[in-house]
Design a protein around this ligand. Structure first.
Ligand SMILES: CNc1ncnc2c1ncn2[C@@H]1O[C@H](COP(=O)(O)O)[C@@H](O)[C@H]1O
Length: 275
C-alpha cells in the first residue's frame, strides 16, 4: 500500500507575528474565562462562541464590537494571565516556535496599564519556565487609534517603564484600533519617540477604502511591518511604494486556528498579495 504523503501541517514549525491578545482567545479559552468570572452560572451565552463571523461580510466597525466580550473577561490580572498562558499553550500545540503577542494596555477597575503589561510579561516568563519547549514569546504593546493620542502618550510612558523591568521582552509598538475619525498625523510624534527609543513599528494601514493620502504618509514615515494593508492597491503610487520599500505585510488570518476570524475580505487580500 502506498505510504500517505499527507503533510502534518500542525507540527511544521511556524512563526506567529500578528496575534492581538484579546483577538486570539479560542472558544474554549473564552468559556473558561467566563466561568472564572461568572462562577455558578450556566454555559456562556451564545455570543461567547469565539469570534466566529457569522455574516458573509461584516463592516470594519463590527469587528471592533466583537472585542468587547473578550475585554470583559480579561479585566483582572488573574484572568489576563490565564488568557496569556492559554494563547501560548495553544500556539505551541499548533507548532508555533516564535510568537509575538500584541495588546493594548488597558487600565480597568482591577489594574493599571502597568499591571496589565507586567502581568503578561510575568505569564510569558512563567510559561517558558514551566515548559521550555513553548514558543519564544515577545510582546508588542498597541496604541489604539480610537482612544486618542493622550491615551497613547500614557501607554508609551508605561511601555518604556515596563521594558526596563523585563529586558528583551518588548520588541515594538503596534498602531491599531478603529481608524475611523482619527488622524495618523496625531500619532507621528509618539511613534517617532518609540522608534528613537529602539522599538520597531508595525502600523495597521489602509484598513478602509479611500485613505490613499494617509497610506502614503504612513509609508513615507516608515514602518518595519504593515498590519493588513487591505486597500493598499487602490492607488498605484502607494502600492508601488509598498513594494519598493519591501515592507512585510501581516495578514491577520487568525492567530489561532481555533478562532474563526477569517472574513472574506482577508481572503481577498491574500489573493491580491500573492499575485
Ligand atoms: C481589522 N482588524 C483590526 N484592525 C485594527 N485593530 C485591530 C484589529 N483587530 C484587533 N485590533 C485591535 O486589537 C484589540 C483587541 O486586542 P487587544 O485588546 O489589543 O489585546 C482591538 O480592540 C483593536 O484595538
Amino acid at each position: 500500500m502506498a505510504e500517505s504523503t499527507e503533510m502534518d501541517y500542525k507540527s511544521l514549525p511556524k512563526i506567529e507575528l500578528h496575534a492581538h491578545l484579546n483577538g486570539s482567545l479560542s472558544t474554549s479559552c473564552l468559556t473558561e474565562l467566563y466561568h472564572m468570572k461568572y462562577p455558578n452560572t450556566d454555559d456562556p451565552p451564545s455570543h461567547i462562541n469565539g469570534y466566529k463571523i457569522l455574516d458573509k461580510f461584516v463592516e470594519l466597525k463590527d469587528c471592533f464590537e466583537r472585542f468587547k466580550y473578550a475585554h470583559d473577561l480579561t479585566d483582572t490580572p488573574k484572568r489576563l494571565k490565564r488568557a496569556t498562558e492559554i494563547i501560548i499553550n495553544e500556539c505551541h500545540d499548533d507548532g508555533v516556535v516564535y510568537l509575538e503577542i500584541r495588546t493594548t494596555p488597558r487600565a480597568t477597575e482591577h489594574m493599571t496599564k502597568e499591571v496589565y503589561l507586567s502581568t503578561i510579561c510575568e505569564a510569558i516568563i512563567e510559561c517558558h519556565e514551566k515548559e521550555p519547549k513553548n514558543p519564544i514569546v515577545k510582546l508588542i504593546p498597541s496604541f489604539d487609534r480610537s482612544k486618542g493620542v493622550n491615551d497613547a502618550r500614557d501607554t508609551l510612558d508605561v511601555v518604556l517603564k515596563v521594558r526596563e523591568k523585563f529586558p528583551g521582552m518588548i520588541v515594538g509598538i503596534d498602531l491599531s484600533g478603529n481608524p475611523e475619525n482619527t488622524n495618523f498625523q496625531d500619532f507621528k510624534p509618539l511613534l517617532q519617540e518609540a522608534r528613537n527609543a529602539g522599538l520597531k513599528l508595525t502600523l495597521h494601514c489602509a484598513e478602509t477604502a479611500g485613505t490613499e493620502e494617509e497610506n502614503m504618509e504612513m509609508l513615507e514615515f516608515g514602518m518595519d511591518r504593515m498590519g493588513h494593508g487591505t486597500f493598499m492597491d487602490e492607488s498605484p503610487d502607494t502600492w508601488l511604494t509598498l513594494r519598493e520599500k519591501k515592507i512585510p505585510v501581516e495578514c491577520c488570518i487568525t492567530s489561532n486556528l481555533k478562532c474563526a476570524t477569517v472574513p472574506d475580505i482577508t481572503k481577498h487580500h491574500i489573493q491580491k498579495l500573492l499575485h
